[in-house]
Write a protein that binds this ligand. Sequence first.
Ligand code: SAM
Ligand code: SF4
Length: 342
Amino acid sequence: MRFNDTQEQTGAPLIDPFGRTIDYLRLSVTDRCDFRCVYCMAENMHFLPKAEILTLEELDRLSTAFIEHGVKRLRLTGGEPLVRKGIMTLVSSLSRHLETGALEELTVTTNGSQLSRFAKDLAAAGVRRLNVSIDSLKEERFRAITRWGRFQQVMDGIDAALAEGIKIKLNVVALKGVNEDEFDDMIRFCHERGMDLTFIETMPMGEIDQDRTDQYLPLSKVKQDLAQNWTLTPTPYKTGGPASYMNIKETGGRIGFITPLSHNFCESCNRVRVTCTGTLFMCLGQEDAADLRAPLRASESNDGLMQAIYHAIERKPKGHDFAIDRLTNRPSIGRHMSVTGG
Ligand code: SAM
Ligand code: SF4
């Protein structure tokens, strides 16, 4: 699709070369975090200087431009989105698009540490669903994985969000030899509370302090193991994301699986990601990107911004090519997940 003035004026939808309408935006609002999960960050991270990070106003303007061109679902992520100073100002402001119906869903992916503080405001702003990442229900182990996390604080946060009527999906990264003995307990924990649960395979993104090939646990193996204890049946249920779901007869709940390495979920990919510096990534697993910060800062008009977005969407690839390079053990994607957002 070629960008022209008419498209900008009419708010023409963003359609990629494979006919996929882009209606889902993941926006990272910060690269900073109050945790240092071992698979995500090195302990001593260098964070970006403030001037490189989009201001709250710029994040709002950028989101609004996407929403005016067909984005219906917006997920805020990070780093830890809820440690961004003034984050609730942004969330409350974006909620105007929920009120008009232009935006169907505003969600947040969080480590849960700040939820006790923000659950009420998030609910008031129209946030109905949250993804909370937690990789162990054992306090000591949780501490070892997150390095800096406080388990009880996260548990309290989850309770606070549930009390506000917010639906929670727990995201668990499956880590070989680290948390695989807890998956049955996690299913019980989630389904007793009416929460969904999704397992994620580790993705080779960014330099960390450890060997990733040691951590990699294929979800095909997880499924096989779970099938020993639970009656799993596939379900066509979809949330618009890359997870495939299975129902569990014994609990009446469902579990999801996100398998970026062992399974290709690209065909139906309708999403793009923007980093906290305003870099648009058309695919989580590829390096190609477009700078939106320069056009955003160059003019108060959105013409240049939309031109950059349309041109980038024209280059959205059909699929990704993730792999841990087993010879060098280098990640196939150099940037950290905390930069692009999960
Ligand atoms: N801090 C928030 C959190 O942890 O939910 C949001 C950002 S975090 C980068 C988003 C998700 O990415 C989390 O569920 C996290 O577990 C996951 N993640 C981070 N690095 C990953 C990696 N290398 N492979 C797979 N998942 C990863
Ligand atoms: Fe922070 Fe989330 Fe990365 Fe953990 S996974 S270090 S909570 S950004």
